[in-house]
Design a protein around this ligand. Structure first.
Ligand SMILES: [Zn+2]
Length: 420
C-alpha cells in the first residue's frame, strides 16, 4: 500500500529515547508518504519521492486527503481489565471526600477488587474488548495493561490470562504487567504484619506461577502512602527481576516516599506519576535510563489540590530525563482512554509543547515498554502502526481539547478503525 497526501507525516525518526531538546524533534515530512509491505514500513519520504520508488509500482494507493499522520499512540500505563466503573465515587469526590478517605471507607481500589473477584474471565474480556475498540478509535495502537484488582493468586492469574487472550484475539498490541502489589487486600488488613505477609505471598506463590506461565512482561508496585513501603516494593521487584520480569513503579503520587530513587537503583523501565518528586529525584532520573511517565489525567479527574499539584514536567525535561505520557486508564482516578486529551493536559497543565507531548506519547513510551525497536516511530523496518487526524497542523491535536480528531488507525498495516 502506498499511503500518500499526508499534510504532515510526523515520523519521530532519530534519537531513542528522546531527552531534553531532542524531545521536541518530530522529524516531520510535509506532503509525506509511506509504503507498507507485509505489515511493515518499507519506505518513508515525500509523495514525489515515493511515487518513483520501486515498491510503488502496482501498490494500492491510500489517499489521506491532507491529514496529519502520527505513529500510533503507545499508552504505556493502563489498568485495562476491571469489572465495573466507579462513577458513584466520582460524585463523592466532587462533594469533598478525598481519594484516601474513600479508600479507607472500603471504596477505591478495594471496591474494584471485590467486583473483579466476583466476575468471570468472559465478562472481563468482553468489557475490555469494548474499551480496546475505543482505544483504536482514539489512535492508540499499543497499550500496557496491569493486573492489580484481583490481589489473590487465582484472580491475578485470571487477569493476566485475560490480557494474554486479548493480545491474541484483537489487533491492538498489549504489554502485560503484574501489579499484585497494588494495595494490601482486605483479608490481610487488620493484622500488624499483614502487608508483609501479603508481600510474601506475592514473592513465594504469585510471581513463580506467573513466570512459569510467562504471563507478564513487567512487574509493578504501587509504592506510596496507604499502599506499599519502599522495603516491600524492593522485595517484590527484586524477586520479579530474578524471574525475568523488569520493574515499573507507581511512585510519589500521594506522598514522597523514596520510590523514585528505588526505581533508579533497580534500573526500572519506568517510574510513573511523580507528582511529589524533589530536585534530587529529578537528578537521579536524569542520570538513568528509567523513564518518567507522567499521568496528567489523574490530576484532572481527582481535582481539588491534585489539579494544581502536577508533576514537574519542565524541570524533568530540562534536566534530561526521559519523559513519557500515558492515560493511566482506570476506573478510580483516570477513566479516559484518549491520548489526545492527555496531550492537551500535558500542554496546558504540565507546560509541555505539543511536539514534546507527541514524542512522549509515542517513541519515549515505546522505549519504556522496551519495544522501541519496532514501534513508536515511522521508520523503515518498523511495524506500520499509525493514526491519521483531521487537521493540517499537528499542534491542532492537543489544541482542540476533548475532541477526538482521529479518523483512521492502522496496526501492523491493517486499518483497524476508519471514519472515512
Ligand atoms: Zn496506575
Amino acid at each position: 500500500v502506498l499511503i500518500e497526501n499526508c499534510a504532515e507525516l510526523v515520523t519521530l525518526r532519530g534519537a531513542v529515547p528522546r531527552r531534553g531538546r531532542e524531545l521536541a524533534e518530530l522529524e516531520i515530512i510535509r506532503d509525506g508518504a509511506l509504503i507498507v509491505r507485509g505489515g511493515m514500513i518499507a519506505a518513508v519520504g515525500t509523495r514525489k519521492e515515493l511515487r518513483r520508488h520501486g515498491f510503488a509500482r502496482g501498490a494500492r494507493r491510500m489517499d489521506l486527503g491532507g491529514r496529519v499522520v502520527l505513529p500510533g499512540f503507545v499508552d504505556s500505563h493502563t489498568h485495562l481489565v476491571f469489572a465495573a466503573c466507579r462513577a458513584d465515587e466520582y460524585e463523592k469526590k466532587i462533594a469533598g471526600a478525598s481519594y484516601e478517605e474513600i479508600a479507607r471507607a472500603g471504596g477505591g481500589i478495594v471496591s474494584s477488587v471485590a467486583k473483579l473477584r466476583a466476575a468471570s474471565a468472559k465478562e472481563l474480556r468482553a468489557r475490555a474488548l469494548g474499551f480496546l475498540r475505543r482505544f483504536a478509535e482514539h489512535g492508540t495502537t499499543t497499550l500496557e495493561a496491569k493486573s492489580g484488582y484481583g490481589l489473590d493468586t487465582k484472580s491475578e492469574l485470571m487477569t493476566l490470562a485475560v490480557n494474554r487472550e486479548l493480545a491474541q484475539s484483537q489487533p491492538l498490541e498489549i504489554v502485560s504487567t503484574f501489579l499484585g502489589a497494588h494495595v494490601v487486600p482486605p483479608e490481610f488488613r487488620g493484622e500488624e504484619n499483614g502487608a508483609d505477609e501479603y508481600v510474601s505471598l506475592i514473592c513465594k506463590e504469585m510471581l513463580p506461577k506467573i513466570a512459569a506461565k510467562k504471563l507478564a512482561d513487567f512487574c509493578d508496585v504501587f509504592c506510596d502512602r496507604g499502599a506499599f513501603t519502599v522495603a516491600q516494593a524492593r522485595k517484590v521487584l527484586e524477586t520479579a527481576q530474578k524471574l525475568g520480569m523488569p520493574s515499573r513503579l507507581h511512585a510519589e503520587q500521594l506522598a514522597h516516599t523514596g520510590a523514585t530513587k528505588l526505581a533508579v537503583e533497580l534500573g526500572a523501565a519506568s517510574a510513573d506519576h511523580l507528582e511529589q518528586i524533589d530536585d534530587a529525584d529529578i537528578q537521579a532520573l536524569a542520570g538513568s535510563n528509567t523513564v518518567a511517565t507522567l499521568l496528567p489525567g489523574c490530576s484532572l479527574h481527582l481535582g481539588g489540590e491534585h489539579a494544581t499539584h502536577c508533576a514537574p514536567a519542565r524541570k524533568l525535561i530540562e534536566a534530561g530525563t526521559i519523559v513519557a505520557l500515558a492515560t493511566d486508564f482506570n476506573p478510580g482516578t483516570s477513566p479516559t482512554l484518549s491520548m489526545s486529551m492527555i496531550l492537551s493536559l500535558a500542554c496546558s497543565h504540565l507546560r509541555m509543547t505539543p511536539a514534546e507531548a507527541i514524542a512522549a506519547a509515542t517513541i519515549n513510551a515505546a522505549y519504556s515498554l522496551q519495544r522501541a525497536d519496532h514501534i513508536g516511530s515511522l521508520e523503515v523496518g518498523k511495524s506500520a502502526d499509525l493514526a491519521a487526524f483531521d487537521v493540517a497542523d499537528y499542534r491542532e491535536i492537543p489544541y482542540y481539547f476533548g475532541v477526538n480528531l482521529c479518523s483512521m488507525t492502522m496496526k501492523r498495516g491493517k486499518v483497524i478503525y476508519s471514519r472515512y
